[in-house]
Design a protein around this ligand. Structure first.
Ligand code: MRU
Length: 356
């Protein structure tokens, strides 16, 4: 595979970074994978919002990082404005980006952190403020990278030699600033010479599992097998899976967890077959203000994603469609959380967890 200009695809996946000139956010356009590797630079508020809404950049931590960096990029050209006008614009851009996708808590978390930094720097002129915000957005990504690594270090203990791990959606390098969350333990175990194989749920309707997880694992030389979501039960009955590890978009204080639609079904099936079910996530995904899953807003997406997902009509043109992007897995179905602070076992209580 080559990139859009015919050049090599970089060895290290960086889902979100600064453009070389520093005035834009550079993302890998995940809508084009696995067929094409294309990077895009986001400069304007519309470009940032559109990239997040259409899942060009996706995955809870990556969306948080892209939101923070996108905020900076969208403000660069306005740094010549008066301090008051600039502050007003910054708040408006922040509110727009914050509202782009409602479920992953990493996005409001990152945007609020940017606004808190701006508040601390409020005496400074817009140019100095942009520089301070850039520093904050850089720190958000660097901290995420470090948290991913720690998730991997803690979680690799779960992966014995010849483990077969089932995952859902994509919670790998493409979804974060580092080596991923659910895939981090797999990468670290493989790095340490352990044989590990992954089953990737296709993940209807946008196929993040077959398009993205399979792509990044295959590039890393980790054996990966794709199955459609409805096949997981049968695979478990055949004793083909040792453990499940999935990511998370928002974890409530009691451990109820929102993640890609289909995760809940997988957890039910895993419990039925006695397969351990782990959620891997950084502290920035914990929402201690949400007491339980009922407080989590689930994003509803358009009908066309199901009726005509990748161009072909797969349901009658005007049929009604149910298309929530996420579901909530009750804490009772979760064997443990693999976090940057270690593995957390039941009973879960994330009150007081703070990402900072
Ligand atoms: O709609 P997406 O692709 O952004 O959904 C992503 C997921 O559900 C991931 O599992 C989650 O964000 C964790 S990513 C480390």
């Amino acid at each position: 595979m080559t990139n859009a200009e015919g050049g090599p695809v970089p060895h290290v996946i960086e889902a979100v970074r600064w453009s070389p000139t520093g005035d834009a956010v550079r993302i890998i356009d995940q809508r084009r994978l696995p067929g094409e590797y294309v990077e895009r630079d986001l400069r304007t508020l519309d470009e940032v919002r559109d990239a997040i809404a259409t899942l060009a950049v996706r995955g809870a931590p990556a969306v948080g990082v892209a939101g923070a960096r996108g905020l900076v990029a969208s403000l660069v050209v306005y740094a010549g404005e008066s301090t008051a006008r600039f502050a007003e614009r910054m708040r408006a851009h922040a509110a727009t980006i914050r509202a782009t996708r409602p479920t992953a808590v990493n996005l409001p978390w990152a945007i609020d952190r940017m606004l808190e930094r701006a508040e601390r720097e409020r005496a400074r002129d817009p140019r100095a403020l942009v520089a301070a915000l850039r520093e904050e957005a850089t720190a958000i990504l660097e901290e995420d990278r470090a948290m991913c690594r720690r998730i991997g270090e803690h979680g690799e203990a779960l992966i014995a030699e010849r483990s077969r791990v089932l995952t859902h959606c994509n919670a790998g390098a493409l979804a974060t600033g580092g080596i991923g969350t659910a895939l981090a333990p797999v990468y670290v175990a493989a790095e340490r010479g352990r044989a590990v194989a992954v089953y990737a749920d296709e993940t209807r309707p946008l196929l993040q599992g077959s398009r993205l997880t399979a792509w990044e694992l295959a590039r890393a030389g980790i054996p990966v097998t794709v199955l459609t979501d409805g096949m997981a039960a049968s695979l478990m009955r055949e004793r083909g899976v040792d453990l499940c590890i999935v990511g998370a978009d928002r974890i409530a204080a009691n451990g109820d967890t929102a993640n890609k639609i289909g995760t809940y079904a997988l957890a039910v099936v895993a419990r039925h077959h006695g397969v351990p079910f782990y959620v891997a996530a950084p502290s920035s995904t914990i929402d201690h203000a949400a007491p339980n899953g009922e407080a989590i807003v689930i994003e509803q997406r358009g009908a066309e994603e199901v009726r005509r997902g990748f161009g072909t009509l797969t349901a009658p043109e005007d049929v009604a469609v149910y298309n929530p992007a996420f579901d909530v897995t009750p804490a009772a179905l979760i064997s443990g959380f693999v976090t940057d602070r270690g593995i957390v076992r039941p009973p879960f209580d994330f009150r007081g967890w703070n990402a900072a």
